[in-house]
Design a protein around this ligand. Structure first.
Ligand SMILES: [Cu+2]
Length: 180
């Protein structure tokens, strides 16, 4: 249930935080960068990542990361929806459309990223989701949007397998990070 319109962004905010905190145990200065595919100069796989195609061993499987990116023009077409989405006045409008753009970028990268069960093995997954997290924060901090949170309750409000709740995800400064 991580990919419903209402849970996508809060759940992945915690997922990103888990990885960043884990990496900081190895080096305290590490941050997950965001891949800003809304910017024309970043509408391709970042050059420094093109050769980073790890083989990832999980407890249940081994994933050999691959990509099959489409054209920059196609990514620009996907990203062209973002200004309209950022201007939506309600969560009910914002959430499904940002989810749609999110999925389109997964498909645009292709390969490992095009399958939800393997996507997180590709390092670009984290940079894609950091950008979505950043866009959500920008929308949330737009004047008038402060109280417009995902309408989650009961089990849906718990970012399982972690104990964070939707309420915990509302303020990134309380989670200890910000966007430059
Ligand atoms: Cu995703």
């Amino acid at each position: 249930m991580q990919h419903t319109d209402d849970r996508l962004l809060p759940w992945h905010r915690i997922f990103l935080l888990q990885l960043e905190n884990a990496m900081r145990l190895i080096h305290p200065d590490v941050s997950i960068p965001y891949w800003d595919w809304t910017h024309v100069s970043e509408q391709s796989v970042p050059a420094w990542l093109t050769g980073v195609l790890p083989t990832v061993t999980t407890p249940t499987r081994t994933i050999v990361v691959s990509r099959a990116p489409q054209t920059s023009a196609n990514l620009a077409m996907i990203a062209s929806n973002v200004p309209t989405i950022m201007g939506y006045p309600t969560w009910a409008q914002f959430a499904p459309d940002i989810n749609g753009v999110h999925g389109a970028v997964h498909i645009w990268v292709g390969g490992t990223m095009s399958n939800p069960s393997t996507a997180a093995a590709d390092p670009i997954f984290w940079m894609h989701h950091a950008n979505l997290d950043r866009l959500w924060w920008l929308w949330h901090t737009t004047p008038g949007n402060a109280g417009k949170n995902p309408p989650l309750s009961d089990a849906d409000a718990v970012m399982d397998p972690w104990s964070y709740t939707e309420t915990d995800t509302r303020d990134i400064t309380k989670l200890g990070y910000t966007y430059a």
